[in-house]
Ligand binder design. Structure first.
Ligand SMILES: [Zn+2]
Length: 233
């Protein structure tokens, strides 16, 4: 094997590591709560709070209605109980009763209105909770798949890195430095195949002398344009 062939094989391993590492980075950003999930939970908390306020209002108005009804039934007892016989007094009581019953109209309307609002709020809360349940189930499944993929990738990267160490050991340090530098500058591709007279890294037609040197496999030959190390398979 020539040095270029060794480096090309090393690059295959490095590129395989690169792909896995970039996928791992992607997975890392997808692990954990999603914004959608957080927003839905917040929405449900707000709905619950609104419902609680409606129930409080309901209690206050209920109390008011009860109070008025108690007053009314007290008057009714006097009116129909037979203890009051004076017609003037009875007439006054009758008027009081009617006045009190009129007082009931507003809070009773309010109560009815509140009941409708509570019904609607409860329905909306149930729907939001059901939606969240579906969302959470999907999310959990997705998270489990991501964690599994992550484990798999980490194991693959560990294997590949071992392989990389083995393959890079015989390569001279200064050659490795050039390789690393070129990889950094050329999007991970330090070595390019020379095929049909062209550098496959930048598609330039290579001078014959360069091609001949690359074919001979003695020492490193770099592309005259992109500087990648040329490899003739
Ligand atoms: Zn080139």
């Amino acid at each position: 094997m020539t040095v270029a062939a060794d480096l090309y094989a090393l690059q295959e391993v490095d590129l395989a590591i690169d792909v896995r590492k970039s996928r791992l980075a992607e997975i890392e950003t997808s692990l954990g709560e999603t914004e959608e999930l957080i927003a839905r939970r917040e929405e449900i908390a707000q709905r619950k709070e609104a419902l609680r306020r409606l129930h409080d209002e309901q209690k206050v108005v209920n109390f008011e209605v009860d109070e008025i009804r108690t007053k009314a039934s007290g008057i009714e007892k006097k009116l129909y109980g037979g203890s009051v016989r004076n017609p003037k007094e009875l007439e006054d009581l009758q008027q009081d009763l009617e006045a009190i019953r009129r007082q009931l109209a507003r809070p009773e309307d309010e109560l009815l209105n509140l009941m409708v609002q509570v019904d609607e709020a409860e329905q909306a809360l149930r729907e939001a909770e059901a939606d969240l349940g579906i969302l959470e189930a999907g999310w959990k499944e997705e998270q489990a798949a991501l964690r599994q993929e992550k484990e798999q990738l980490l194991a693959e990267v560990a294997d590949l890195e071992e392989k990389r160490t083995r393959q890079s050991n015989p390569v001279q340090p200064q050659v490795l430095s050039l390789y690393d530098l070129l990889r950094e500058r050329r999007q991970g591709k330090a070595v390019a195949k020379a095929e049909r007279g062209m550098c496959q890294g930048c598609r330039i037609t290579l001078p014959v002398s360069v091609l001949q040197k690359a074919r001979a496999g003695a020492g490193l030959v770099q592309c005259v344009s992109c500087e990648r190390i040329l490899y003739v398979s």
